[in-house]
Design a protein around this ligand. Structure first.
Ligand code: PHE
Length: 344
Protein backbone atom coordinates (compact mmCIF):
# COMPACT_ATOMS: atom_id res chain seq x y z
CA UNK A 1 0.00 0.00 0.00
CA UNK A 2 2.76 2.36 1.04
CA UNK A 3 4.75 1.72 -2.13
CA UNK A 4 1.66 2.20 -4.26
CA UNK A 5 0.85 5.63 -2.84
CA UNK A 6 4.38 6.94 -3.22
CA UNK A 7 4.50 5.60 -6.73
CA UNK A 8 1.17 7.19 -7.53
CA UNK A 9 2.46 10.54 -6.29
CA UNK A 10 5.65 10.30 -8.36
CA UNK A 11 3.70 9.29 -11.42
CA UNK A 12 1.28 12.16 -10.91
CA UNK A 13 4.19 14.58 -10.66
CA UNK A 14 5.78 13.28 -13.84
CA UNK A 15 2.54 13.38 -15.76
CA UNK A 16 1.96 16.91 -14.52
CA UNK A 17 5.43 18.03 -15.62
CA UNK A 18 4.69 16.93 -19.17
CA UNK A 19 1.30 18.63 -19.19
CA UNK A 20 2.54 21.91 -17.75
CA UNK A 21 5.12 22.24 -20.49
CA UNK A 22 2.31 22.25 -23.07
CA UNK A 23 0.15 24.78 -21.22
CA UNK A 24 0.68 28.09 -23.03
CA UNK A 25 -2.41 30.12 -22.08
CA UNK A 26 -3.55 31.20 -18.64
CA UNK A 27 -6.74 29.27 -19.30
CA UNK A 28 -4.84 26.05 -19.94
CA UNK A 29 -2.79 26.62 -16.76
CA UNK A 30 -5.98 27.11 -14.76
CA UNK A 31 -7.45 23.92 -16.23
CA UNK A 32 -4.35 22.01 -15.10
CA UNK A 33 -4.60 23.45 -11.60
CA UNK A 34 -8.18 22.25 -11.32
CA UNK A 35 -7.38 18.86 -12.81
CA UNK A 36 -4.42 18.21 -10.42
CA UNK A 37 -4.98 20.28 -7.30
CA UNK A 38 -8.72 20.97 -7.33
CA UNK A 39 -11.22 19.48 -4.86
CA UNK A 40 -12.04 16.72 -7.30
CA UNK A 41 -8.48 16.67 -8.67
CA UNK A 42 -5.98 13.89 -9.07
CA UNK A 43 -3.95 14.72 -5.93
CA UNK A 44 -7.06 14.69 -3.74
CA UNK A 45 -8.00 11.35 -5.27
CA UNK A 46 -4.62 9.84 -4.31
CA UNK A 47 -4.72 11.34 -0.83
CA UNK A 48 -8.02 9.67 -0.20
CA UNK A 49 -6.00 6.43 -0.06
CA UNK A 50 -4.09 7.73 2.99
CA UNK A 51 -6.73 6.37 5.35
CA UNK A 52 -5.63 2.84 4.54
CA UNK A 53 -2.04 3.49 5.65
CA UNK A 54 -0.65 2.49 9.03
CA UNK A 55 0.08 5.16 11.65
CA UNK A 56 3.85 5.12 11.03
CA UNK A 57 3.54 5.15 7.24
CA UNK A 58 1.19 8.13 7.23
CA UNK A 59 3.64 10.94 8.20
CA UNK A 60 6.10 9.90 5.47
CA UNK A 61 3.41 9.70 2.83
CA UNK A 62 1.97 13.00 4.09
CA UNK A 63 5.34 14.73 3.74
CA UNK A 64 5.77 13.44 0.22
CA UNK A 65 2.27 14.54 -0.71
CA UNK A 66 2.97 18.04 0.64
CA UNK A 67 6.20 18.23 -1.32
CA UNK A 68 4.43 17.21 -4.50
CA UNK A 69 1.65 19.75 -3.89
CA UNK A 70 4.20 22.53 -3.24
CA UNK A 71 6.13 21.58 -6.34
CA UNK A 72 2.99 21.56 -8.49
CA UNK A 73 1.96 24.94 -7.10
CA UNK A 74 5.35 26.45 -7.88
CA UNK A 75 5.24 25.08 -11.39
CA UNK A 76 1.70 26.37 -11.88
CA UNK A 77 2.67 29.85 -10.69
CA UNK A 78 5.67 29.95 -13.01
CA UNK A 79 3.56 28.73 -15.95
CA UNK A 80 0.80 31.24 -15.16
CA UNK A 81 3.26 34.16 -15.06
CA UNK A 82 4.82 33.02 -18.31
CA UNK A 83 1.39 32.75 -20.00
CA UNK A 84 0.25 36.11 -18.61
CA UNK A 85 3.35 37.80 -19.97
CA UNK A 86 2.82 36.26 -23.36
CA UNK A 87 -0.85 37.20 -23.46
CA UNK A 88 -0.24 40.77 -22.43
CA UNK A 89 2.52 41.08 -25.02
CA UNK A 90 0.11 39.78 -27.68
CA UNK A 91 -2.58 42.20 -26.52
CA UNK A 92 -0.18 45.15 -26.58
CA UNK A 93 0.98 44.17 -30.05
CA UNK A 94 -2.59 44.00 -31.33
CA UNK A 95 -3.48 47.35 -29.76
CA UNK A 96 -0.30 48.97 -30.93
CA UNK A 97 -0.60 52.63 -31.77
CA UNK A 98 2.19 54.45 -33.54
CA UNK A 99 2.11 57.90 -32.05
CA UNK A 100 4.92 59.02 -34.32
CA UNK A 101 2.76 58.62 -37.46
CA UNK A 102 1.87 62.01 -38.92
CA UNK A 103 -1.80 62.84 -38.27
CA UNK A 104 -4.46 62.67 -40.95
CA UNK A 105 -5.45 66.26 -41.65
CA UNK A 106 -9.05 67.20 -42.39
CA UNK A 107 -9.16 69.22 -45.60
CA UNK A 108 -10.46 72.68 -44.73
CA UNK A 109 -12.31 74.58 -47.43
CA UNK A 110 -12.57 78.30 -47.94
CA UNK A 111 -15.18 80.72 -49.14
CA UNK A 112 -15.54 81.03 -52.90
CA UNK A 113 -13.57 84.04 -54.23
CA UNK A 114 -16.82 85.64 -55.44
CA UNK A 115 -18.35 85.26 -51.98
CA UNK A 116 -15.24 86.84 -50.49
CA UNK A 117 -15.49 89.85 -52.81
CA UNK A 118 -19.26 90.20 -52.30
CA UNK A 119 -18.79 90.18 -48.52
CA UNK A 120 -15.97 92.67 -48.76
CA UNK A 121 -17.95 95.09 -50.95
CA UNK A 122 -21.08 94.76 -48.80
CA UNK A 123 -18.99 95.45 -45.68
CA UNK A 124 -17.83 98.78 -47.16
CA UNK A 125 -21.43 99.84 -47.75
CA UNK A 126 -22.67 98.51 -44.42
CA UNK A 127 -20.00 100.80 -42.92
CA UNK A 128 -21.70 103.69 -44.77
CA UNK A 129 -25.07 102.81 -43.23
CA UNK A 130 -26.57 100.73 -46.05
CA UNK A 131 -28.62 97.58 -45.41
CA UNK A 132 -28.61 94.41 -47.50
CA UNK A 133 -31.69 93.69 -49.62
CA UNK A 134 -32.39 90.60 -51.69
CA UNK A 135 -34.78 89.71 -54.46
CA UNK A 136 -35.71 86.68 -56.56
CA UNK A 137 -33.55 85.44 -59.42
CA UNK A 138 -36.67 84.30 -61.27
CA UNK A 139 -38.23 87.68 -61.86
CA UNK A 140 -41.20 89.30 -63.53
CA UNK A 141 -40.49 91.02 -66.84
CA UNK A 142 -42.34 93.94 -65.26
CA UNK A 143 -39.73 94.38 -62.51
CA UNK A 144 -36.67 93.48 -64.57
CA UNK A 145 -37.61 95.69 -67.53
CA UNK A 146 -40.93 97.52 -67.70
CA UNK A 147 -40.95 99.50 -64.47
CA UNK A 148 -37.29 100.34 -65.14
CA UNK A 149 -38.41 102.08 -68.34
CA UNK A 150 -37.56 99.22 -70.69
CA UNK A 151 -40.95 98.48 -72.26
CA UNK A 152 -41.37 95.53 -74.65
CA UNK A 153 -39.47 96.22 -77.86
CA UNK A 154 -37.06 98.68 -76.25
CA UNK A 155 -33.70 98.37 -78.04
CA UNK A 156 -31.74 98.17 -74.77
CA UNK A 157 -33.40 94.79 -74.14
CA UNK A 158 -31.24 93.36 -76.94
CA UNK A 159 -28.08 93.70 -74.86
CA UNK A 160 -29.77 91.91 -71.98
CA UNK A 161 -31.30 88.91 -73.68
CA UNK A 162 -32.01 86.23 -71.11
CA UNK A 163 -33.72 82.91 -70.35
CA UNK A 164 -37.48 83.08 -70.30
CA UNK A 165 -39.74 80.94 -68.15
CA UNK A 166 -42.76 82.45 -69.90
CA UNK A 167 -43.45 85.75 -71.68
CA UNK A 168 -43.88 87.46 -68.35
CA UNK A 169 -41.31 85.59 -66.25
CA UNK A 170 -37.55 85.44 -66.81
CA UNK A 171 -34.19 84.98 -65.12
CA UNK A 172 -33.25 88.51 -64.05
CA UNK A 173 -30.57 90.19 -66.17
CA UNK A 174 -29.60 92.69 -63.51
CA UNK A 175 -30.09 93.33 -59.80
CA UNK A 176 -31.97 96.57 -60.59
CA UNK A 177 -35.44 94.96 -60.15
CA UNK A 178 -34.64 94.83 -56.43
CA UNK A 179 -34.73 98.68 -56.54
CA UNK A 180 -38.34 98.44 -57.71
CA UNK A 181 -39.32 95.87 -55.09
CA UNK A 182 -37.75 97.85 -52.24
CA UNK A 183 -39.15 101.22 -53.37
CA UNK A 184 -42.65 99.80 -53.83
CA UNK A 185 -42.65 98.65 -50.25
CA UNK A 186 -40.74 101.41 -48.47
CA UNK A 187 -40.85 105.19 -48.39
CA UNK A 188 -37.51 107.05 -48.21
CA UNK A 189 -35.02 107.27 -46.69
CA UNK A 190 -33.81 104.13 -48.51
CA UNK A 191 -30.19 103.00 -48.45
CA UNK A 192 -29.61 99.47 -49.68
CA UNK A 193 -27.13 97.24 -51.42
CA UNK A 194 -28.39 94.12 -53.16
CA UNK A 195 -25.88 91.41 -54.04
CA UNK A 196 -27.05 88.60 -56.29
CA UNK A 197 -26.83 86.35 -59.33
CA UNK A 198 -27.95 87.57 -62.72
CA UNK A 199 -28.31 85.84 -66.07
CA UNK A 200 -27.90 86.70 -69.73
CA UNK A 201 -27.94 84.38 -72.72
CA UNK A 202 -24.30 85.13 -73.56
CA UNK A 203 -21.95 82.53 -75.01
CA UNK A 204 -19.22 81.84 -72.44
CA UNK A 205 -15.72 83.11 -73.20
CA UNK A 206 -12.91 84.58 -71.10
CA UNK A 207 -14.97 87.66 -70.20
CA UNK A 208 -18.58 86.49 -70.65
CA UNK A 209 -20.65 84.02 -68.68
CA UNK A 210 -24.40 83.36 -68.87
CA UNK A 211 -24.41 83.61 -65.09
CA UNK A 212 -22.63 86.30 -63.12
CA UNK A 213 -23.09 88.59 -60.12
CA UNK A 214 -23.92 92.22 -59.51
CA UNK A 215 -24.25 94.36 -56.44
CA UNK A 216 -26.93 96.99 -56.84
CA UNK A 217 -26.83 100.07 -54.67
CA UNK A 218 -29.76 102.45 -54.13
CA UNK A 219 -30.06 105.61 -52.05
CA UNK A 220 -33.29 107.66 -52.06
CA UNK A 221 -33.90 110.60 -49.76
CA UNK A 222 -34.52 114.35 -49.85
CA UNK A 223 -31.73 116.29 -51.51
CA UNK A 224 -29.63 113.35 -52.74
CA UNK A 225 -27.28 114.56 -55.51
CA UNK A 226 -24.77 113.25 -58.01
CA UNK A 227 -22.10 114.55 -55.59
CA UNK A 228 -23.26 112.00 -53.01
CA UNK A 229 -22.97 109.27 -55.63
CA UNK A 230 -19.43 110.29 -56.57
CA UNK A 231 -18.37 110.47 -52.91
CA UNK A 232 -19.77 107.03 -52.12
CA UNK A 233 -18.15 105.40 -55.14
CA UNK A 234 -14.83 107.13 -54.48
CA UNK A 235 -14.81 105.67 -50.98
CA UNK A 236 -15.81 102.23 -52.26
CA UNK A 237 -12.96 102.24 -54.83
CA UNK A 238 -10.35 103.29 -52.27
CA UNK A 239 -11.45 100.75 -49.67
CA UNK A 240 -11.29 97.95 -52.22
CA UNK A 241 -8.33 98.87 -54.38
CA UNK A 242 -6.21 101.11 -52.15
CA UNK A 243 -6.10 104.74 -51.02
CA UNK A 244 -4.45 106.07 -54.19
CA UNK A 245 -7.31 104.81 -56.41
CA UNK A 246 -9.11 107.44 -58.52
CA UNK A 247 -12.50 107.12 -60.18
CA UNK A 248 -13.64 108.52 -63.52
CA UNK A 249 -17.20 109.04 -64.67
CA UNK A 250 -18.08 108.72 -68.36
CA UNK A 251 -21.49 109.79 -69.67
CA UNK A 252 -23.62 106.79 -70.59
CA UNK A 253 -27.24 105.81 -70.99
CA UNK A 254 -29.37 103.59 -68.81
CA UNK A 255 -33.14 103.85 -69.22
CA UNK A 256 -33.71 103.89 -65.47
CA UNK A 257 -31.21 106.62 -64.50
CA UNK A 258 -30.82 110.21 -65.69
CA UNK A 259 -28.13 111.37 -65.92
CA UNK A 260 -26.27 108.06 -66.24
CA UNK A 261 -22.60 107.23 -66.26
CA UNK A 262 -20.16 104.40 -66.44
CA UNK A 263 -17.56 104.46 -63.70
CA UNK A 264 -13.93 103.52 -64.24
CA UNK A 265 -11.27 103.20 -61.59
CA UNK A 266 -7.57 103.88 -62.10
CA UNK A 267 -5.83 100.63 -63.07
CA UNK A 268 -4.92 98.48 -60.03
CA UNK A 269 -1.82 97.24 -61.82
CA UNK A 270 -0.20 100.37 -63.25
CA UNK A 271 -2.02 103.09 -61.31
CA UNK A 272 -3.11 104.85 -64.53
CA UNK A 273 -0.01 105.00 -66.72
CA UNK A 274 -1.19 102.17 -68.99
CA UNK A 275 -0.37 98.45 -69.00
CA UNK A 276 -1.66 95.09 -70.18
CA UNK A 277 -4.28 94.79 -67.44
CA UNK A 278 -6.03 98.02 -68.53
CA UNK A 279 -5.19 97.51 -72.23
CA UNK A 280 -3.13 100.72 -72.04
CA UNK A 281 -6.17 102.75 -71.02
CA UNK A 282 -5.03 103.46 -67.47
CA UNK A 283 -8.66 102.93 -66.40
CA UNK A 284 -10.88 99.91 -65.85
CA UNK A 285 -14.67 99.96 -65.99
CA UNK A 286 -16.26 98.44 -62.89
CA UNK A 287 -19.80 99.75 -62.65
CA UNK A 288 -22.76 101.66 -64.06
CA UNK A 289 -24.54 104.35 -62.13
CA UNK A 290 -26.79 107.41 -62.26
CA UNK A 291 -29.58 109.42 -60.67
CA UNK A 292 -32.79 107.36 -60.43
CA UNK A 293 -35.12 108.47 -63.24
CA UNK A 294 -38.14 110.44 -61.88
CA UNK A 295 -40.47 108.10 -63.76
CA UNK A 296 -38.99 105.09 -61.95
CA UNK A 297 -39.64 106.82 -58.61
CA UNK A 298 -43.22 107.55 -59.71
CA UNK A 299 -43.65 103.91 -60.86
CA UNK A 300 -42.91 102.87 -57.29
CA UNK A 301 -45.12 105.43 -55.54
CA UNK A 302 -42.35 107.82 -54.52
CA UNK A 303 -42.85 111.55 -55.26
CA UNK A 304 -39.94 112.77 -57.46
CA UNK A 305 -40.70 116.38 -56.51
CA UNK A 306 -39.84 115.57 -52.90
CA UNK A 307 -37.24 112.84 -53.24
CA UNK A 308 -34.26 112.06 -55.41
CA UNK A 309 -31.88 109.15 -55.47
CA UNK A 310 -28.88 107.52 -57.03
CA UNK A 311 -28.27 103.93 -58.04
CA UNK A 312 -25.24 101.96 -59.10
CA UNK A 313 -24.55 98.41 -60.24
CA UNK A 314 -21.16 96.83 -59.55
CA UNK A 315 -19.89 93.90 -61.64
CA UNK A 316 -18.65 91.40 -59.05
CA UNK A 317 -16.68 89.11 -61.39
CA UNK A 318 -14.84 92.01 -62.97
CA UNK A 319 -13.91 93.34 -59.54
CA UNK A 320 -12.79 89.90 -58.33
CA UNK A 321 -10.75 89.30 -61.48
CA UNK A 322 -8.96 92.59 -60.87
CA UNK A 323 -8.39 91.94 -57.21
CA UNK A 324 -7.09 88.39 -57.62
CA UNK A 325 -5.48 88.68 -61.06
CA UNK A 326 -7.82 86.12 -62.69
CA UNK A 327 -7.88 86.23 -66.47
CA UNK A 328 -10.83 83.96 -67.32
CA UNK A 329 -14.33 84.41 -65.86
CA UNK A 330 -15.15 80.72 -66.44
CA UNK A 331 -12.81 79.76 -63.58
CA UNK A 332 -15.41 81.03 -61.11
CA UNK A 333 -18.03 78.52 -62.21
CA UNK A 334 -16.04 75.38 -63.00
CA UNK A 335 -15.63 74.39 -59.33
CA UNK A 336 -12.08 73.15 -59.79
CA UNK A 337 -10.60 72.86 -56.29
CA UNK A 338 -7.12 73.57 -57.65
CA UNK A 339 -8.44 77.02 -58.56
CA UNK A 340 -10.69 77.54 -55.53
CA UNK A 341 -8.03 76.39 -53.04
CA UNK A 342 -5.87 79.39 -53.93
CA UNK A 343 -8.15 81.83 -52.13
CA UNK A 344 -7.62 80.59 -48.59
N1 PHE B 1 -28.20 97.36 -64.04
C1 PHE B 1 -27.23 98.00 -64.88
C2 PHE B 1 -26.57 96.95 -65.81
O1 PHE B 1 -26.67 95.79 -65.52
C3 PHE B 1 -26.17 98.70 -64.06
C4 PHE B 1 -26.74 99.87 -63.32
C5 PHE B 1 -27.28 99.73 -62.07
C6 PHE B 1 -26.71 101.14 -63.90
C7 PHE B 1 -27.79 100.82 -61.41
C8 PHE B 1 -27.22 102.23 -63.25
C9 PHE B 1 -27.74 102.06 -61.99
O2 PHE B 1 -25.98 97.28 -66.79
Amino acid sequence: MKVDLNQDLMQLQEEFLQAIDLAVSTQQVEELRIRYLGKKGKLTAILRGMGALSADERPLAGRLANQVRADLETQLTTARLRAEKKESAARLASEKLDITLPGRSTPVGCRHPLTQIIDEICDVFIGLGYSIAEGPEIELDKYNFELLRLPPGHPARDTQDTFYVSDAILLRTQTSPVQIRVMQQNQPPIKIVCPGKVYRSDTPDATHSPIFHQIEGLVVDQGVTMGDLVGSLQLFARKLFGEQTEIRLRPHHFPFTEPSCEVDISCWTCGGSGCRTCKNEGWIEVLGAGMVHPEVLTNCGIDPDVYSGFAFGIGVERTAMGRFGIDDIRNFFENDVRFLGQFR
